[in-house]
Design a protein. Structure first.
Length: 107
């Protein structure tokens, strides 16, 4: 099912098609270029989640790295989206930050 996202911009509600903009910039859904862009976006988003949780826990990258048996540069690469942790490492990181991971079905 193809979906179209419309957004408004500014006071006069100038509308534009976000789906078309994404297709133009990153390729149509199902293409290799779109899949690559989505993977990069997921890596960035994962890094943001970890970075935000770490800051909320008020610990340094070095301390988080120590808690999971890694080094500060690895945590930095994860938080910046340059690398994605394995699922098991993600769980270790979130556990070290005192976070609970929950899954729910999208309705």
């Amino acid at each position: 099912m193809e979906r179209e996202i419309i957004a408004s911009k500014g006071y006069f509600k100038e509308f534009f098609n976000v789906s078309a903009l994404i297709d133009e910039r990153f390729g149509k859904e199902g293409t290799a270029s779109r899949a690559e862009a989505e993977e990069k976006a997921y890596a960035f988003y994962t890094g943001q989640i970890i970075g935000d949780a770490r800051k909320k826990a008020k610990i340094t990258q070095a301390e988080l790295a120590r808690r999971i048996g890694s080094d500060r540069s690895y945590i930095s690469r994860v938080e910046s989206g340059q690398t994605e942790p394995k699922v098991s490492t993600f769980y270790r990181i979130m556990n070290a930050l005192g976070c609970k991971i929950e899954f729910s079905k999208i309705l």
